[in-house]
Write a protein of this length. Structure first.
Length: 317
């Protein structure tokens, strides 16, 4: 059987998933329906916002289903009525119970943004950078009831550089993942797929991101804070408290300088140097309360007195 002969249902929600759907559309696969999470309020006006996957599906005239849960028997019946050969899931965000996984004739597969079993869970891209991993990638796996525990079909690998942010790594994986999924679909259609079980003893859990995670604790080593700043850019953005307000840190570099944690050690056009538990962190791009992101060089002349050496930022926790 050719991959174009398969009846495929796609399930996904954010931009990462939309990149996969776009590739599948470009490959002229037979996508019979698209599932995405319900519209959410967004922005200052809290207007209802469709997901990136829903918007793309509608542009191509595909039917879109948005159940609040796939545990609902009616939602399960609607999916079964589509008679899918294959269910492709990418960052969908809803739990798929076993009864749903059993519906497709051929398989349920998932594209996950880590080298499984490393970083199962909600935020594998950011947690890999935060932890100092040297590489990341995408794993295409067969789905089972456990969280990202299924047998692996394909892996693609990319190094994590010292300049990578959560945003840059996300975008690179969003280019690698779709190609791997198309390859896996072709292997499944031809009966050539070979799944490899995961080693559960090597698994780690990528906890969902929160703003609390991004609060800078100056007692930590500078190298860890360097990674934290990069991992949480563009969201939720690393931040510290400055004059009882939130100072967002968009870019920073660890140095070998020494000083009291949270103490401003130097302030010049190269950045704002702040002491850490070990080493120091040079803040090079900031967002002040009510302002827009700016290189510190652009803030220096107007703000140098407020960031004078010897002043103290908060100690984080």
């Amino acid at each position: 059987m050719n991959s174009s002969d398969l009846r495929i249902v796609f399930a996904g929600t954010p931009e990462f998933a939309a990149a996969h759907l776009q590739a599948m559309l470009g490959a002229d696969l037979n996508i019979v329906a698209v599932y995405s999470q319900p519209d959410r309020p967004a922005g200052r006006g809290h207007k209802m916002q469709a997901s990136a996957v829903k918007e793309l599906a509608q542009q191509h005239g595909l039917p879109v289903m948005q159940p609040t849960s796939l545990r609902d028997p009616q939602a399960q019946q609607e999916l079964a009525a589509l008679k899918p050969d294959l269910l492709v899931v990418v960052a969908y965000g809803l739990i798929l119970p076993q009864v749903v996984l059993d519906i497709p004739r051929l398989d349920c597969i998932n594209s996950h943004a880590s080298l499984l079993p490393r970083w199962r869970g909600a935020a594998p891209i950011q947690r890999a950078i935060e932890a100092g991993d040297s590489e990341s990638g995408v794993t295409v796996m067969q789905m089972e009831a456990g969280l990202d525990t299924g047998p692996m079909l394909l892996k693609v690998v990319t190094p994590i550089t010292d300049e990578d942010t959560g945003g840059s790594l996300h975008d690179r994986l969003a280019e690698l993942g779709p190609t791997a999924v198309l390859q896996a679909i072709e292997q499944l259609a031809r009966g050539e797929a070979r799944a490899q079980p995961q080693d559960d003893s090597l698994a780690t859990y990528a906890h969902k991101l929160s703003k609390a995670d991004a609060r800078i604790d100056w007692q930590r080593p500078a190298i860890e804070l360097d990674r934290l700043v990069r991992a949480f850019n563009p969201w939720p953005l690393a931040h510290a408290i400055w004059e009882e307000q939130t100072l967002k840190v968009l870019a920073a570099t660890a140095t070998d300088d020494h000083g009291a944690p949270g103490r401003i050690l130097a302030c010049d056009k190269t950045g704002l140097l702040v002491g850490c538990g070990s080493g120091a962190l040079r803040l090079t791009r900031l967002q002040l309360p009510g302002g827009k992101p700016l290189a510190f060089a652009d803030l220096y002349n107007a703000r140098r007195e407020q960031f004078a050496p010897g002043l103290q930022l908060d100690n984080g926790r």
